[in-house]
Design a protein around this ligand. Structure first.
Ligand code: GLC
Length: 470
C-alpha cells in the first residue's frame, strides 16, 4: 500500500474543505429561500429592515395631469385627486364629472383631448439634483416616483408604451432614470409607483389577460431590471383579483431572480383582495384604511400616504387653506411613527418641472424638526405600553432601552410615565440645559425646563429622552 506523507494527507484534506466551502457559499448552490407563486410563500418574506427604520418618505405624482393641474377642492377625498383628471372628464357617472367637464371646456375647449396635454408636459425646468437635495434636507430617507399612473403614460422609455412615454414625446427625457440617479446620489433609497391598470388602454379593456402577459409584466420587469428600484409601490389593482394580475408569479420573480431581490420592498396593492392582507407593507391613504382593518396599528410594517394638500397630482385650484401646516405635517409623522408606521408624504411637481414653493417650505420645515428630533423617529419601534400611558398631546417611541416622550404641545406641567424599568437620565432633545426628573419604582416624573426663544430647541413638538427606561 503506498505510504502517503503527512503533507500529502494535509493537502488532500485541505482540498476537500475548500471544495465543500465552495459548494456551500457559491451562488449557484446557495440555499437562499426560494419563494413560490402563492401568497403563503410570498408573505413569508421578511420586509427588509431599512424600510421600517426609514419612517419618512417622499411620494411624487408627476405625469400629464400636471398640465391641467386641476381638481375640485369641495369634494370627497378621492374626488379631489387632480391626477384623476382624464378619468373624471370621461366618466359621466363620476360625481365630479360636470366639474371637470366645465373646467376643461372653458379652459381648453370642447375639442381638446387629454392626449394633447403631452405638448404642455415639457419639464423644461426639471433639475433632478435640486429635487434630490430638497428631499435629503426634508429628512426623508426614501423617494417614490410615479413611473406610470392610471393614464398609462410612462416617465421612462418603455417599449410597451410606444409613443406614450416621456422620451418619445413631451419632454423627450428619461425622467424616471434621471431622478433615481440623483436621489441615490444623495444616499437616499429610491423606488417607483406603478399602476397595474390603465384607464383607456384598448388591450386592457378588451383582453386583460393579454394586457397582463404582453404589456404589464414585461413593463414591470423592464422597470425593475433597468433602474433597480428599492421600492415597488403598485396601485390600480382594484378591478381584478391578484390571480388575474399574476401578482404572485411576478413577486416570486422579484424576490428570487430580479436584481433587487435582497432589499426591494413592496406594498399590499396586488389585487382587489390583497390590501391589508398580502404582499409587503400595508398601506393607508389619508387615513382611509381597508374594510375590516381598524385604523390602529398593524402587526406588520405599514405606511400612510397623503398629499400636503388634498390631491396627489399638483392642483392649481387649491389655496392655502387646503394645505396642511408644517406643524400639522410633523404631528402626522409623529402619530404614524408612534403607531409603528411610516409616512409617505406626496408632492405634486408642475408641468415645467418645479416643486411648488409652498411644498418646498413644508419639506424644509419637516427637515428642520427632524434635524433636532430624528433620534425619536428613525429606527424606532412602537412602545407597547403607550396605551397605558395615554395623555393628551403625548406620544411615545422606543429604541433599545431608551424611551422617547414626544409632546406635540409644550408641557406646562410635569409629565409622569409609568411601566418603566428606571431612568438613568432625562434630556430634552436639542436643549442644552438640564431637565429635572424624579424616578421612583416603575415611573418617572419629568419637570419641563423653562425655555426661552433663545434656548427653545425647535417648533411643533418637543422630545424628552428617558435613557435606560426599558
Ligand atoms: C389612489 C389613487 C391614485 C393615487 C394613489 C396613491 O389609489 O387612485 O391616484 O396615486 O391612491 O395612494
Amino acid at each position: 500500500m503506498k505510504n502517503i506523507t503527512h503533507l500529502e494527507q494535509f493537502q488532500k484534506s485541505a482540498i476537500k474543505i475548500i471544495a465543500i466551502s465552495f459548494l456551500i457559499f457559491s451562488p449557484l448552490f446557495s440555499f437562499a429561500q426560494k419563494y413560490e407563486a402563492n401568497w403563503e410563500s410570498i408573505d413569508s418574506r421578511p420586509i427588509p429592515e431599512w424600510f421600517s427604520d426609514a419612517k419618512f418618505g417622499i411620494f411624487i405624482h408627476w405625469g400629464l395631469y400636471a398640465v391641467p393641474a386641476w381638481g375640485p377642492t369641495d369634494a370627497g377625498v378621492y374626488d379631489k385627486y387632480a391626477e384623476w383628471y382624464w378619468s373624471k372628464l370621461m366618466n359621466k357617472d363620476s360625481k365630479v364629472h360636470e366639474n371637470f367637464k366645465k373646467f376643461h371646456h372653458e379652459t381648453y375647449g370642447e375639442d381638446f383631448k387629454y392626449q394633447d396635454f403631452v405638448n404642455g408636459f415639457n419639464c423644461e425646468m426639471f433639475n433632478p439634483d435640486d429635487w434630490a437635495k430638497l428631499f435629503k434636507k426634508s429628512g426623508a430617507k426614501y423617494v417614490v416616483l410615479t413611473s406610470k399612473h392610471h393614464e398609462g403614460f410612462t416617465l421612462w422609455p418603455s417599449e410597451q408604451s410606444w409613443n406614450w412615454n416621456a422620451v418619445d414625446v413631451g419632454p423627450h427625457r428619461d425622467l424616471a432614470g434621471d431622478l433615481i440617479k440623483s436621489v441615490k446620489g444623495e444616499g437616499l433609497k429610491m423606488g417607483y409607483y406603478y399602476s397595474l391598470y390603465e384607464w383607456f388602454n384598448p388591450q386592457y379593456k378588451e383582453n386583460v389577460d393579454a394586457y397582463v402577459d404582453q404589456h404589464m409584466i414585461p413593463q414591470m420587469k423592464d422597470l425593475v431590471t433597468r433602474y433597480q428600484p428599492d421600492v415597488l409601490w403598485t396601485d390600480g389593482e382594484w378591478d381584478h383579483p391578484s390571480e388575474v394580475w399574476k401578482s404572485t408569479e411576478f413577486l416570486a420573480w422579484l424576490y428570487n431572480d430580479s436584481p433587487v431581490k435582497e432589499n426591494v420592498v413592496v406594498n399590499d396593492r396586488w389585487g382587489k383582495e390583497t390590501r391589508g392582507k398580502h404582499g409587503g407593507f400595508f398601506t393607508t391613504e389619508y387615513d382611509l384604511v381597508h374594510e375590516g382593518i381598524k385604523t390602529g396599528t398593524f402587526q406588520r410594517a405599514w405606511e400612510e400616504c397623503r398629499g400636503i394638500g388634498g390631491s396627489f397630482g399638483y392642483n392649481r385650484n387649491e389655496n392655502l387653506e387646503s394645505y396642511s401646516t408644517s406643524e400639522g405635517l410633523v404631528h402626522i409623522l409623529i402619530d404614524k411613527v408612534a403607531r409603528g408606521g411610516n409616512l409617505l408624504l406626496n408632492i405634486g411637481p408642475t408641468a415645467d418641472g418645479r416643486v411648488p414653493v409652498i411644498m418646498q417650505q413644508r419639506l424644509m420645515d419637516m427637515g428642520n424638526w427632524l434635524d433636532v428630533n430624528g433620534d425619536a423617529i428613525y429606527g424606532t419601534q412602537m412602545w407597547e405600553k403607550a396605551d397605558a400611558n395615554k395623555q393628551d398631546h403625548v406620544f411615545f417611541t422606543q429604541k433599545g432601552n431608551d424611551l422617547y416622550v414626544i409632546c406635540t404641545k409644550f408641557p406646562e406641567k410635569s409629565i409622569t410615565v409609568k411601566n418603566l424599568k428606571g431612568a438613568k437620565e432625562v434630556s430634552l432633545l436639542g436643549f442644552e440645559g438640564k431637565v429635572k426628573y424624579k424616578a421612583g419604582g416603575s415611573s418617572v416624573t419629568i419637570t419641563p425646563p423653562a425655555v426661552t426663544p433663545a434656548t427653545n430647541p425647535c417648533d411643533y413638538a418637543w422630545v424628552f429622552k428617558v435613557s435606560q427606561a426599558l
